[in-house]
Design a protein around this ligand. Sequence first.
Ligand code: ATP
Length: 682
Amino acid sequence: KKIAKAYKVEPVIPEAVSSPVLYLELARIFDKIEAISSRLDIQAIFTKFLRQILQFAPQDLPAAIYMACNSVAPAYECVELGIGDSLLITAIAEAYGSRDKVIKDKYEDVGDLGLVAQSAKSKQRTLGFGMKPKPLVMSQVLQVFREIANITGNASRKLKIDKIKKLLVAVQDSAETKYIIRGLQGKLRIGLAQSTVLISLGHALMMTIPATVVFTTSKEEEEESEENASPDPIVAALRDESLPVEKTLEAAANMIRKVYSEVPSFDALLDAAIKVPLMDLPKACHFLPGIPVEPMLAKPTKSIQEVLKRLNGQEFTCEFKYDGERAQIHKTSDGKLKVFSRNLLETTGKYPEVPQFVQEAARASMDSQEGSSKSAVTVESFVMDAEVVAFNRETGQLVPFQVLSTRKKTEESAETAKVQVIVQAFDLMYLNGESLLGKTLKTRRSLLHKHFAPVEGKFQFATSLDHTEDGDTMVLEQFLDMAVKGQCEGLMVKTMDDVYEPSRRSLNWLKLKKDYLDGLGDSFDLVPIGAYHGRGKRTGVYGAYLLACYDEDSEEYQSVCKIGTGFSDEDLQTLSASLNQHKLEGGKASNYIVTDQLKCDVWFDAVQVWEVKAADLSKSSAHRGAFGKLEEDRGIGLRFPRFERLRDDKSPEQATNSDQILDMYYNQDTVKGQNNNDMDDD
Ligand code: ATP
């Protein structure tokens, strides 16, 4: 009863959904969302829809969430939709009695294949006889999407077309056609981002108790939990009945975000969410080996003095910042090992030797303990955070990232791979059935060092230097020099008494990169959203690109610079070719914030992330970075940007965000010293 009261449950909703939910009901919600731009309104519409589902058809919640996020499986399973246009054109033409050429020409005109299909469906003559197909059910459409995404092999084109045609023929309303096609393309384009979906889910769960929730808390348990008041501030906020509704809803959204960052799988999250009250969700759905956790991130800093000031007397350690690829290594209790990237994609195929290296490290630790009086504990299951770095076995030296980037996506074995690697481990988040996320770095690191041991040329711990006297900059400077001489990018400085914070760019981890000392502190990871045709030597490829940062609140891409330098001839060729597959036919996307003076010849879908260096950041009338956050009518732009490399371990939503741009702008000496001339740029 107490929990129900805390939930602030509201009465039943008037226009309920059917059970099972029809795809048409989802399409109508998508139509409503597409017609508005206010994020709060979108959130309210989607929350209401989810509440109805929770109340009347909780079994359909996963389908609604996956469809809204335009995905069919958790990211780490690497099952993607993104069906090619030509295949969809054939399916539309065959389903609605048209010809490929007609559909293709219209697509070139309209620029949105969903709309073209919708109009083909509307124009199709309906005959008044024959059996009407059954209406499409939302979960059934998701199931077919999944099947389509999983079809491979020679006959795959025909099989996919057949399945898509069946869906298109069964639709009752042309709105369904529009979203089936856009969904299969992987471009829903209604302005509903995953972050809004998560907030709406939190709100809906807070305001509605699904019929499936079982309140198991016994009187004793309740009393016990009151005595040991939970230290988790989100749970405490959800339990606090005196909080205003807005605060409770904020806590509900934070709860979903937190659990999702620990377990980024809607299957696991929603299965638990419809069974237990929201405040018990962390108990029912928590981090386990097999599902990658969102990695903890660091804030950039520009000098040792800044690091010391920020840490302000806290105990800390400095570790070498290795220049390789982040690897989250999991061992499940059934003995299987998997490696995941920064982006949570599985990279075991790229680094087949890594599981073996880590197993050897665990065995080496057992061997070294055997002789000692301590009883050795076998490592049954674990999750480790590490950097995989290119390594020269002959010289015993680390090799720069450029070499690692030539590794193939799938390597048969370490013996046949051209580039050899070593694992540099720096954290342990799970061990033998227990999550270590809530333990301090001190504890996590000592467990890492206890249960694993270095293996020459295969596995090492990150070289570290623990807390030095406050203000002892000399020692830190020498350590930074050592890191750079050892082919590292600089240092990671970490507080010892803090917990592992999944997906947080935390002040408890600071990065200090040698290249950026006293400059901007870091490079930028930006999204190419448009391009300009090249001339002269660059005829036939794009001569310059328009890059954008990502604004998480508005889910917009804001232009921050035009870039034309730093590209090799080969880069120009490969980038043009790969981005040409993602051209937007109908002009720029509605969530691209670009001024008229920067009109591109071609616009692209947001699909890539590029690392870029720049001289500084300035206020700009031409660009829209952090628009409205610094000045009402001007944004922030990058000056003298230079292309560094393609970041295929980051998704566009993980690009440098507008708050980071703003932070870095304020952190510049010219701005700190109030000496900033408004350098209006191109
Ligand atoms: P971010 O991950 O902060 O968005 P980024 O992907 O551009 O930025 P960097 O700025 O290079 O990455 O810094 C963080 C990365 O440094 C980590 O994701 C990890 O791959 C790497 N790294 C190397 N050594 C360490 C270490 N000792 N501790 C933590 N991370 C390390």
